[in-house]
Write a protein that binds this ligand. Structure first.
Ligand code: FES
Ligand SMILES: [Fe+2]
Length: 443
């Protein structure tokens, strides 16, 4: 539970707000590289943390993200002509490069133009393109990008996309960190009872020696709906460890990374599996873009997997050509009440859309003053405390945690099955080679 004041502080990221100032200390994914496919291609409208921008790829292939208002008389540069390393306003031809410098004022004498030009520059974000993503920073000389593993692998070994979430960023992040919900929200149904996701609408597969390991894990998720959480602090965020009862007195651990300010590496993977990560980027305070990444440190993402992700699978939603989910607030996520009785717990297809629906259903901005929290919400309360502390650091004139420490983002998340005698410290060290899943040496 939060006070009303802290809820406002947590959720508002516009210019001048405490959380807005905090977010502006970190690199943000701004758009997918493929949204600007070629040099001099059409510019793209962009909203980031409540501020409007226009993004364009110039003749040299470099991306600029600039304020959309032309300083002459305010025409919108989204309609600008992308030509010869700059965006030219269509009204009277003033031209701006990707750094926001005004480079041509054709409707004035050369003397007047030369005098006006220095005053006519527009705001431009610092931009880096990496990992098929265009990253933006509001500072002039930011530190290097966070050292995420998916940025370190060759393009064949990763897949990235994005989807719109129609609620405030913070409750959407909380959905990613609240891994207890898998036992309900993502459950299947068989004969009116909760069943493993794989058994949705079908007769559950028999337990026992021939049960494939991935089926057993999904069964444990359903059998134990009250995982015990332990949260470990590290210098880019938190490692959230959820313990469920498995077979033969073993424990099934699902370990999630929260990385400041708005990233999470999902649990649900063993070392042989594909890794998954999300970044929740506020569009404004009432919606956010969720950037989704899948990668494997040493093998390619197959064409089949890419095709599945494009159609909506796991944390990738089925989206239209503007990355708007097909199942969304306006159509009640195409909930199917018959399916809810006989196939899955929600009646909503696909994990991503189930997460999306339930986060939106908490309200456009969730009211955290009226909650009744339990032990499985420990990760949520620690997330709030961590980001509000970062906010306080910024208020005091300091750098927030992680913002100038790219190496702290060399982390992994994942699953593990431990024996009854193993401590959490041993589990984490055994799984990741580090006490918090950091300091990962990339192949
Ligand atoms: S308003 Fe842009 S050039 Fe006049
Ligand atoms: Fe989920």
């Amino acid at each position: 539970m939060l006070s009303a004041a802290d809820n406002v502080r947590l959720t508002q990221t516009g210019p001048g707000t405490p959380m807005g100032r905090t977010f502006r200390k970190y690199w943000m994914p701004a758009l997918l590289s493929r949204e600007l496919p070629n040099p001099d291609c059409p510019p793209v409208r962009l909203k980031l943390l409540g501020e409007d921008f226009v993004a364009f790829r110039d003749t040299l292939g470099k991306v600029g993200i600039v304020e959309p208002r032309c300083p002459h008389r305010g025409a919108n540069l989204f309609f600008g002509r992308n030509e010869a390393c700059g965006l030219r306003c269509i009204y009277h031809g003033w031209k701006f490069d990707r750094h926001g410098n005004c480079v041509d004022i054709p409707n004035a004498t050369p003397e007047v133009a030369a005098r006006l030009m220095p005053r006519a520059s527009i705001e431009a974000l610092t931009v880096e393109e990496c990992g098929d993503i265009v990253w933006a920073h509001f500072g002039d000389s930011p530190p290097p990008l966070p050292d995420f593993e998916y940025l370190s692998v060759p393009p064949e070994q990763r897949f990235v996309s994005k989807k719109l979430q129609q609620c405030n960023w913070a409750q959407a992040v909380e959905g990613g960190l609240d891994t207890a919900h898998f036992s309900y929200l993502h459950a299947g149904i068989y004969k009116g009872e909760k069943a493993s996701l794989l058994d949705a609408g079908k007769r559950p597969t028999a337990k026992g020696e021939n049960e494939p390991p991935n089926q057993a894990r999904l069964r444990w998720l359903i059998e134990d709906g009250a995982p015990r959480f332990t949260v470990l602090d590290h210098d880019a965020g938190l490692l959230l460890c959820a313990a469920r009862t498995a077979d033969f007195e073993q424990t099934y651990w699902r370990m999630t990374q929260y990385l400041l300010p708005n990233h999470s590496l999902t649990p649900g993977n063993f070392p042989e599996d594909t890794s998954l990560m999300n970044t929740w980027v506020p569009y404004d305070d009432e919606s956010c873009w969720i950037f989704c990444y899948a990668w494997h440190p040493d093998r390619e993402i197959s064409d089949l997997a890419r095709e599945r992700y494009l159609k909506g699978n796991g944390l990738f939603a089925e989206v239209d050509d503007k990355f708007i989910p097909v199942r969304r607030r306006e159509n009640d996520y195409l909930v199917d009440r018959d399916m809810q009785q006989s196939v899955n717990y929600t009646g909503i297809g696909n994990i991503s859309e189930q997460d999306q629906a339930v986060a939106d259903s908490q309200g456009v901005i969730a009211d955290r003053t009226q909650e009744l929290l339990v032990q499985t919400d420990l990760g949520i309360t620690r997330f709030r405390a961590t980001i509000l502390n970062a906010c306080e650091a910024v208020e005091c004139g300091n750098q927030p945690k992680g913002a100038s420490n790219p190496a702290a983002y060399r982390v992994r998340s994942g699953d593990y099955v431990s024996q009854p005698t193993e401590s959490l410290a041993d589990v984490v060290t055994e799984r990741f080679g580090d006490r918090c899943g950091q300091n990962i040496v990339y192949p």
